[in-house]
Design a protein around this ligand. Structure first.
Ligand code: NDP
Length: 283
């Protein structure tokens, strides 16, 4: 398949390439499938974001990812938003559709794709730790996929309440806040437990959620969004308790697969991408 180089460029406004696992992961998929596409990394400062998006348009990029601190600020430079990105108010993936650049959020979609490999969240009760950007993305996608309820467990009350209000106001999922003070016990009847905090992220690999692991029951699905290391304390605790477990690598890989599909229209092999990233993380 031959493509004009400039019309088939995707990009990422993020950190330097040597430190960026997404670049390695997506380029490995392009290479594996012999796709004449490139995914490059551009470090863009906040004051240059508008100029960078204009540059992407001028070069007819198929799209790009953007990471913090650009996920909200980029919206003003785009022509529209996908349904979930509009609810979240955050964009991590921009897609050229015709002559328009549309903001999507593939973080939550990547998580959902991982979850759907083991269970359908429709009608399920969810406990989610965390209320930051990733938690917002994950919970909005769960709500749009028909989750019955989401209990947001978060230390900071205001941040937790903002996610609860968003879910209650913009989706049909019932959301409630539990302020995270002391050891949390997962109530009976919960189907899915998610760590959407940054607890356990390298280098704090031994950090544990303040959670009574004895309340994780074998019928529960336990998901951690921490990709590095993938085998977090929560993942290991939940495995020991006999739960079905999902690690954060799946979310990272799937958001890449979904992004490539948006840009190229092609389905790429997630196992190639997972291997690249697992090697990089030494997992
Ligand atoms: P934010 O900084 O926006 O939010 C962090 C959240 O973690 C907050 O809710 C914060 O609580 C909570 N938190 C952090 N430390 C503690 C602690 N010691 N005890 C209790 N709560 C804590 O981060 P993001 O939402 O952007 O990202 C969160 C994680 O998600 C990151 O580690 C990132 O690696 C991961 N991620 C994974 C992806 C993947 O593809 N697998 C994609 C995107 C993100 P509080 O509000 O009380 O401060």
């Amino acid at each position: 398949m031959a493509h004009n180089f400039l019309s088939e460029l995707t990009g990422s406004f993020a950190m330097p390439a040597a430190e960026n696992p997404t670049v390695a992961m997506i380029e490995s998929a392009y290479r594996h499938h012999k796709l004449d596409w490139r995914y490059i990394n551009c470090e863009v400062t906040p004051e240059n974001l508008g100029a960078a998006v204009a540059g992407a348009r001028a070069m007819n990029w198929a799209g790009f990812n953007c990471s913090l601190p650009h996920k909200v600020a980029v919206i003003q430079h785009l022509d529209g938003l996908g349904a979930s990105a509009e609810i979240m108010g955050a964009v991590n993936c921009v897609v050229r559709r015709g002559t328009s650049y549309i903001g999507e959020n593939t973080d939550g979609k990547g998580f959902l794709a991982s979850l759907q490999e083991v269970t359908d969240p429709s009608g399920r009760s969810v406990v989610m730790f965390g209320a930051g950007g990733a938690a917002r993305a994950v919970s909005v996608e769960l709500a749009l996929a028909g989750a019955k309820s989401v209990t947001v467990v978060n230390r900071d009350r205001a941040r937790g309440q903002a996610v609860v209000d968003l879910l209650n106001q913009r989706t049909s999922t019932r959301a409630e806040l539990v302020e995270w003070k002391g050891t949390y016990r997962v109530p009976e009847g919960v189907d899915i437990v998610i760590n959407a905090t940054s607890i356990g992220l390298f280098p704090d690999v031994d950090a544990r959620l303040d959670l009574d692991a004895a309340t994780l029951r074998p019928n529960m699905v336990v998901a951690d969004i921490i990709p590095n290391p993938p085998r977090t304390r929560l993942v290991r605790d939940a495995e020991q308790r006999g739960c079905k477990v999902i690690d954060g690598l799946g979310m990272l890989v799937n958001q890449g697969v979904i992004g490539v599909k948006y840009w190229t229209g092609l389905d790429v092999d997630p196992t190639v991408m997972r291997k690249t990233i697992a090697d990089l993380f030494g997992a």
